[in-house]
Design a protein around this ligand. Structure first.
Ligand code: GLC
Ligand code: CA
Length: 560
């Protein structure tokens, strides 16, 4: 199972590297950077959608699963990418967006034509109820109803996301077979796995019942996750998918995006004896400071570490986690959890220390390895993300909230924070494109870029390379058990990893203050240790009592 000791790197192709000057990152651009990624220590790339799409939701609205989006390249390009990656002993993970399609997919174009169209049942159509939507479900991510009325047939169709992303009807065997065919097509081309977009939402509660309204609740639409998220029936579908497709191939990875899972549910998806998926992506630590409708709540480092620790402990022996702090759906980790001003370098390295010394498969999101930060566009016009525009419309234009409050949350949480162009060098547009970029680069690219990071031996990038090497060569870091210490300390995240009597100790200071800690209770025999890596110079000769600087991180090995 190659994914257990691999480092995955997520690429949002539109923003990675433009090869032909049209301002849009593309597959050839990725090919030109494979050596950079290999050198970083990356084993696999997870590529966000590259299929033809009307671009309502950055390609998560697919209109053809058997082709490549012309803005991003051609079928030859992707074949070349596969060859070039395999030459370098790297794996390619593509996206399977199978909960929904674009409304411009030919299945939906057919489906909406008439009630007796052969494709009608590919989607979820219902007549209205008392002149209103078929039920009161709220679209969790976009607000509003999950239903859109289509006057062509006088019925509504269901979409958990935007109205341009109608949900497929997984109850229909034909739909499932279509999905399995898509998987076979890409596997046969040499793709090594799929990241399965919102795969835990494909099964909806039978009858699509109304959510019960609590007394006094005046909201028009109500949150309804329990009717479609991790609904038990999903496991029948995934078992069938595994039987029909995954089990027929060797070494293919199925990584499911499974928001809202408990460890028990994660096991149901990925337990080795379950015959479903291999890896899951859970978001508990990402969601702790996100309120409804993209409201930023205060960040609580203690809660954050407790969540990470909970998943580490839950894994013991039966689960294999993925580890990530950022993605194309989040803000930039160094801005969110660290300090992107005075301690940008230190805090980015501290976060990396955690990412690569916990148990699980680490995922780097593009640009994180050079400490790219959140962006602050003054005008909403400069934002491209559909979710950001929805927040602006609902909370400011329609909801009457103060503009400055809404913008503040957008600056902190917008997905475009992660989607500004990759910063390659200090030339115009960060070396991302010779044309006009589809989204403005972060103006800090003159300071923060790959070229500068390569030239500076003290850079975040070099730290990533070093700690990735360390992780790959250290069995304790790969497979050791996890034990949290200083459990209730809000600033210190520290833990042991242990395997066959070998121990590694990770100590990080999650704050911008100096902190002194005493380890004498944790370590009885303290003479036998070695520092493996740190983000500051370490002078202490003993480690009974140590003074940690802001965002300091150290990794020690014992029993050497
Ligand atoms: C997932 C993707 C996100 C997309 C949504 C709908 O959450 O990560 O980018 O908007 O699914 O496909
Ligand atoms: Ca291009």
């Amino acid at each position: 199972m190659w994914w257990k000791n691999s480092i995955i790197y997520e690429i949002f192709p539109r923003s990675f590297k433009d090869s032909n000057g049209d301002g849009i990152g593309d597959i050839q651009g990725i090919i030109s950077k494979l050596d950079y990624l290999k050198d970083l220590g990356v084993d696999a790339i997870w590529l966000c959608p590259v299929y033809p799409s009307p671009n309502n939701d950055s390609g998560y609205d697919v209109s053809d699963y058997y082709d490549i989006w012309d803005e991003l390249g051609t079928m030859e390009d992707i074949e070349k990418l596969i060859v070039e990656m395999h030459k370098r002993d790297m794996k390619l993970i593509m996206e399977l967006v199978a909960n929904h399609t674009s409304d411009e997919h030919e299945w939906f174009i057919e489906s909406r034509k008439s009630k007796d169209n052969p494709y009608r049942d590919y989607y979820i159509w219902r007549p209205g109820k008392d002149g209103k939507e078929p039920n009161n479900w709220l679209s969790a991510k976009l607000g509003g109803s999950v239903w859109t009325y289509d006057d062509n047939t006088d019925e509504y169709y269901l979409h958990l996301y935007s109205s341009k992303q109608p949900d497929l009807n997984w109850e229909n065997l034909k739909v499932r077979q279509e999905v399995y065919n898509i998987m076979r097509f890409w596997f046969d081309k040499g793709v090594d796995g799929f990241r399965m977009d919102v795969i835990n939402k494909i099964a909806k509660a039978p009858g699509l019942p109304d959510v019960e309204r609590k007394e006094g609740d005046k909201r028009k639409y109500l949150p309804c996750e329990e009717y479609y998220e991790n609904y038990p029936k999903v496991h029948d579908y995934l078992k069938e998918m595994n039987r029909e497709v995954l089990s027929k191939y060797e070494n293919k990875l199925a990584m499911g995006q499974t928001s809202g899972v408990t460890p028990e549910q994660a096991y149901l998806y990925t337990g080795e004896d379950r015959g479903e998926l291999n890896l899951f992506l859970q978001f508990e630590h990402i969601d702790i400071d996100r309120g409804s409708n993209n409201k930023k709540l205060p960040f609580n480092a203690l809660e954050f570490k407790k969540s990470l620790a909970k998943w580490q402990t839950a894994m013991d022996g039966k689960l294999w986690n993925t580890l990530f702090f950022g993605s194309h759906d989040t803000s930039r980790p160094v801005s969110h959890y660290g300090n992107d001003k005075k301690y940008r370098v230190e805090s980015a390295k501290m976060l990396a220390t955690i990412l690569f010394t916990l148990k699980g498969t680490p995922i780097i999101y593009q640009g994180e390895e050079i400490g790219m930060t959140n962006v602050r566009f003054e005008s909403i016009e400069d934002y491209r993300d559909i979710r950001t525009h929805n927040v602006y419309r609902e909370r400011y234009l329609e909801g009457g909230e103060k503009l400055e409050d809404v913008m503040q949350d957008i600056w902190e949480l917008s997905r475009d924070n992660a989607r500004t162009p990759m910063q390659w060098d200090d030339s115009e547009n960060a070396g991302f494109t010779k044309g006009k970029p589809w989204i403005k680069p972060n103006p800090n690219y003159k300071e923060i870029n790959v070229q500068k990071s390569l030239d500076d031996s003290n850079s975040i990038l070099h730290y990533y390379k070093e700690i990735i090497k360390l992780r790959k060569s250290n069995e304790v870091l790969l497979y050791g058990d996890f034990r949290l210490i200083f459990e209730d300390d809000p600033n210190i995240f520290a833990y042991f990893r242990e395997l066959n009597k070998k121990k590694v100790l990770v100590i990080t200071n999650f704050s911008d203050k100096d902190i002194e800690i005493n380890l004498s209770r944790e370590i009885r025999k303290i003479d036998n240790f070695k520092l493996l890596i740190s983000n500051y110079e370490v002078n202490e000769a003993n480690i009974e009592s140590i003074k940690l600087k802001p965002f300091e991180a150290r990794v020690y090995e014992f029993g050497v």
